[in-house]
Write a protein that binds this ligand. Structure first.
Ligand SMILES: [Fe+2]
Ligand SMILES: [Fe+2]
Length: 306
């Protein structure tokens, strides 16, 4: 094995794990005999988790007209798989992207992540993808490995930048040269390690090559196209923006036509038209970081990573 890759995997081992209550929920998610009442009871033991579930259930993510007042009600309406995937994914993201002490330069990447998550959710709604909460989390976490590389392996950031400059390589190719794998693969490994559902793992792992996804190609296609829309709308995050960031891959359209026969570019335009306002609403309910972490939009300031 490439020695850098060994080092990366070793560092991965030392990353924070999810809180015990979230791990327990993920285990229940896999167990066939778990009931909604049981899941509600576990969540109710944790006040912060309870608040999060209610905030998300009552947010723009679902847009229910009536207020959802209890965790049990949220589970009945959304399904416990969806509720668990959401709380687990948001908690995992918070370990890095939402940390209050995250470096200021990461604000750009954080806003890119929220924009991509929001666009993923909007697209999922337009094509009728049933795991829209999981797609949202995959969008939120699609570039999480960049945050990890930056925070847990800062020496690698410089090496990636130098490798990219030396070979005139796109960032992902430079990552693969230096680390032995790119941020999409690393993010999928992390999501797997956290036991997140496969739609989230593949949504992250194949967001740059959705045609290669095996089990959840729709999730990968949604995140890929949402990433493109986010870049097109100025929520970019590349140090050097290249054409691939705004060019959707045809395989992604083919995947989503299985859900919506007439799916085409015009759907991306529809999402792009409302994205800015929707991102504001997402930021409100995510509540992971203080609002003053304003986005440094593409071309206006520091830009980190894809
Ligand atoms: Fe990416
Ligand atoms: Fe991205």
């Amino acid at each position: 094995m490439n020695s850098a890759l060994e080092l990366v995997l070793d560092r991965l081992e030392n990353l924070p794990t999810l809180p015990a209550v979230v791990v327990e929920l993920l285990e229940r998610m896999k167990a066939e005999n778990s009931s909604a009442a049981e899941i509600a009871r576990i969540i109710a033991l944790d006040q912060a988790l309870t608040a999060r579930v209610l905030r998300v259930a009552n947010s723009a993510l679902y847009g229910f007209p009536r207020k959802i007042a209890t965790v049990k009600h949220a589970i009945v309406i959304l399904g416990f798989q969806e509720v668990i995937a959401l709380v687990a994914g948001m908690t995992a993201f918070e370990q890095f992207g939402g940390r209050q002490d995250a470096r200021p330069g990461l604000a750009t990447l954080w806003h890119h992540s929220v924009a991509c998550a929001t666009a993923t959710r909007l697209l999922a709604g337009l094509v009728g993808y049933e795991l829209s909460g999981q797609a949202f989390v995959a969008g939120l976490m699609h570039d999480v490995a960049k945050i990890v590389i930056s925070q847990a392996m800062p020496e690698m950031v410089r090496a990636i930048r130098e490798e990219g400059a030396r070979g005139d390589l796109p960032r992902r190719a430079a990552e693969a040269m230096v680390l032995g794998l790119d941020h999409a693969c690393l993010g999928a490994l992390m999501a797997e390690r956290w036991n997140l559902p496969i739609a989230i793992v593949e949504g992250i792992g194949y967001h740059h090559n959705p045609g290669a996804a095996q089990q959840c190609p729709e999730a990968a296609a949604l995140v890929h196209l949402a990433d493109v829309v986010a870049h097109r709308c100025g929520f970019g995050d590349e140090e050097v923006e290249d054409e691939t960031a705004v060019s959707p891959q045809p395989e992604a359209f083919a995947q989503l036509r299985r859900l919506k026969v007439d799916f085409n570019e015009s759907y991306l335009d529809r999402v792009a038209a409302g994205l800015e306002d929707e991102v504001e609403r997402s930021v409100g309910f995510l509540n992971l970081r203080p609002r003053e972490a304003a986005p440094a939009r593409a071309g206006q300031g520091v830009a980190h990573g894809s």
